[in-house]
Design a protein around this ligand. Structure first.
Ligand SMILES: Nc1ncnc2c1ncn2[C@@H]1O[C@H](COP(=O)(O)OP(=O)(O)O)[C@@H](O)[C@H]1O
Ligand SMILES: [Mg+2]
Length: 234
């Protein structure tokens, strides 16, 4: 079943064209990694898919009753709000007492042990980890994660890897961590052709790409800058 789709999307900032007639489809059970060099528009694509940014043209469709949680690359939070309050922000008053122990456990997992610390005192890395705790607090049908392992130490990254491998919903993730990408995703989309990264997975991708050259050409024509999509399952 299709959960989220983006069709014929265009997005530019000034002269810079990031998406041109881009199509993206997310189905149930898919865990998609998006790769590409810095500045190609990965964050912009995730924001459009999450609905926090609108494309200049094209349409985004989300299936009914789908719960989507989004981790921004650089999350913003009110400076005077406590970390715990931030994680619980938006939750109904009657749900808080049930959620609070889970929120605290998640914060401790990410080594944010002072629950009353104002967000304004947090470093960039601590903010990202607080936002990750908020993103994971409740079950979601779709997780959209922009560079989730930035600012995680090995233990936290292992924890997240285990969590995401068990997670039964769909996911779209941008990360530069090739190992993590290989462990938790089952599909890779490259945004921009220029960025071949020579790891085992990507070499497999290039081999597949060569086998499917004609299919790829059609995909390229259809998708503009989202040049090709490859399944690791085949
Ligand atoms: N709100 C914005 N206003 C102007 N330019 C932007 C904005 N957001 C992104 N850009 C530009 O678009 C390009 C792609 O940005 P981004 O989506 O963050 O790419 P990536 O995540 O792949 O590094 C960058 O050159 C960036 O400067
Ligand atoms: Mg980015």
């Amino acid at each position: 079943m299709n959960l989220l789709s983006l069709e014929q999307a265009q997005k530019s900032y000034g002269e810079k064209v990031l998406l041109k007639q881009a199509n993206f489809y997310l189905n149930e059970g898919e865990k998609v990694g998006i790769i590409g060099i810095n500045g190609t528009g990965k964050t912009t694509l995730l924001r459009i898919l999450a609905g926090t940014e609108v494309p200049d043209e094209g349409s985004r469709t989300v299936a009914n009753h789908v719960v989507l949680h989004f981790l921004e690359q650089n999350p913003q939070m009110p400076a005077d709000m406590s970390v715990l309050e931030y994680v619980l922000q938006g939750e109904k008053e009657e749900d808080r007492w049930i959620l609070e122990p889970d929120a605290k456990t998640l914060l401790m997992t990410f080594e944010l042990n002072d629950f009353n610390q104002p967000c304004g005192q947090l470093s960039g890395g601590q903010k990202k980890r607080a936002a990750l705790a908020k993103t994971l607090l409740r079950p979601a049908d779709i997780l959209i994660l922009d560079e989730p392992t930035n600012h995680l130490d090995t233990k936290m990254a292992d924890w997240l890897e285990d969590y995401l491998r068990r997670y039964r919903g769909a996911m779209i993730m941008v990360t530069h961590d090739r190992y993590f990408l290989d462990q938790v995703t089952n599909r890779i989309t490259e945004l921009d052709h220029a960025s071949y990264i020579h790891t085992r997975q990507i070499i497999r991708a290039i081999c597949k790409k060569r086998q499917n050259e004609s299919k790829m050409k059609i995909l390229q024509q259809q998708n503009g800058r989202i040049c090709y999509e490859l399944s690791w399952n085949g």
